[in-house]
Write a protein that binds this ligand. Sequence first.
Ligand SMILES: *Cc1c(COP(=O)(O)O)cnc(C)c1O
Length: 485
Amino acid sequence: MAKTIFEKHSPGRKGYTLPANDVQIGLDRCFPKDYLRQNELRLPEVSELDVMRHFIELSHLNHFIEKGFYPLGSCTMKYNPKISETLVRNDGFLNLHPNQDEDTVQGALQLLYELQRDLAEISGFDQVTLQPVAGAHGEFTGLKIIRAYHEAKGNFHKKKIILPDSAHGTNPASVILTGYEVVEIKSNARGMVDLEALKAAVDDETAGFMLTNPNTLGLFETQIEEIAEVIHGVDGLMYMDGANFNALLGIVKPGEIGFDIMHYNLHKTFATPHGGGGPGSGPIGVRHDLAKFLPVPMIGKNADRYFLDFGHEQTSIGKIHSFFGNFLVNVRAYIYIKMVGPKGLKRISENAILNANYLMKKLNESYYIPHRDIFCMHEFVASGKWQKEKYDVKTLDIAKRLLDKGHHAPTIYFPLIIPEAMMIEPTETESRETLDEFIRSMLEIAGEAESDPDKLFNAPFSTPVRRVDDTRAVRELNVKTELPG
Ligand SMILES: *Cc1c(COP(=O)(O)O)cnc(C)c1O
């Protein structure tokens, strides 16, 4: 491995020229003596070029979308247009203060207002709040609204939220956080909601149902109307986890097929670089009679003037984030939607679906694909089951070997209902050539499982760190740099 920045240290070498310091700062008059550093801070003394090389080298140790294919299922790691990165750095966006007078931020308010309207239009809902800052945060907000709806009606006996066993982990977590109980139902053999199991689980205490569509197997749930009838039959509400909305743009409007509330992951569907934990934006859309529960403020418009609308403060669930959400992520989503337009949005979903089905078809003889008989949506779930049974090669080994071949691994061991799962989402932005390269790598790995399984057990060979002990890393986290000498 290359030298660390500390090993490049050379006394007196520096990356700046400043006049000699002629100001007496007198820190000892500002801070208690105990707080002041007693010894010189040991920083590497290096040139500007050394520093540049250091950070560029570090960045290459990581994987990112500009470096290679990133089929991390359910995360929609699409390529994000760089023009939005340039535009959000505009002073007019960057230097706003959230406490500024409304009259001085009319443009920003207009942008947020139009984004609310565009998201409502794309999804078929009546009102949208931009306040939640992640998908999970949107779920929490939506569930608070379900609670507010029932409390306003005096439905105090409502205790349970039903969800399928394919649900993302944030769903049950959000249910618990809002004080409801989770009722899990098994998916049927086709990987979809089992209507009979649902009917058996529903009762008068059912507050609502949460469903991801397409679900986490990448399959479109076709029985939404029947499900909605059952749930609405006991005055429950239908919540859609919209993390997989990249498959539905311009094709399906969830608000028109029976859902009452939905969250969007703007950082997945509407292009914001993500991974590594943020920042994100998880707006929610609701049908008209639920709008009075949305967090305040909404962005309103009165004639030609935009304003922060606190009008429904009495019925609102309150604020769920400081100020108005993650403004710059919302700006990126706005730019993306305006740039691609309605036809572009539809083509995004069509191409995402086409790419996923192409991969599924090309991999289905070498890997077990449980639901290969159904066209997938924007992603699909393959499994390392055959490799495990025949050669003791696990999905983890396959994922590690993919790193040697220059690809990011798919999401593995999720959804939990598929053993040795590999959830593959190519996104619409990848070319046929890139998909073919990935297919070639996957087929090579299937071959290696048979001919040279040791190679897979020991992979990766090309990364700076081979296999980390995940459990120990979590329990004994230590990110300290040890200075040489
Ligand atoms: C990503 C995801 C979430 C959570 O979204 P965050 O923005 O990461 O909080 C919820 N459900 C599904 C299906 C997801 O893929």
